[in-house]
Design a protein around this ligand. Structure first.
Ligand code: SF4
Length: 131
């Protein structure tokens, strides 16, 4: 799944900043974008390839790719549909799963594929077991 362009994100974004103040923004960006593979270039001073979704948020609009969560917890106000932990190697299977070779299709798949997928944090988590 590839990121949308800056123009695509901007066109769908809602008017108004996603955060009430810089503390809210810093907390969310630290918890998400600063460990996301899509803004890794910016962390290496390659701003040309920085995340376009975050770029739109910096311009004072709320990206449609950010789903607002119920309630309020500082640093956890939104779920970004494109978040991917920089240590996540990705799924084993290519997405979308390609058609089998020689398979006849009645209609093209592309118009029916969703532009984004809801991603939970896919980084392996350590858990403890209480006996
Ligand atoms: S894809 Fe989402 S979480 Fe990742 S850097 Fe962009 S805005 Fe942040």
């Amino acid at each position: 799944m590839s990121l949308p362009t800056y123009g695509e994100v901007y066109a769908k974004a809602a008017e108004g900043s996603p955060f009430s103040n810089s503390t809210e923004g810093d907390a969310w960006i630290t918890n998400n974008c600063q460990r996301c593979i899509h803004d890794k270039p910016a962390r290496n001073d390659d701003y040309e390839n920085a995340c376009p979704i975050l770029g739109v948020a910096y311009c004072g609009k709320t990206p449609a790719e950010w789903m607002r969560k119920e309630g309020f917890r500082l640093g956890d106000q939104y779920t970004c549909l494109f978040f991917r932990d920089e240590n996540d190697g990705g799924p084993d299977e290519p997405t979308p799963v390609p058609d089998p070779p020689g398979q006849l299709t009645l209609c093209p798949r592309e118009p029916f594929e969703r532009p984004g997928r809801m991603f939970a944090d896919t980084k392996p988590q350590e858990v403890s077991v209480r006996g």
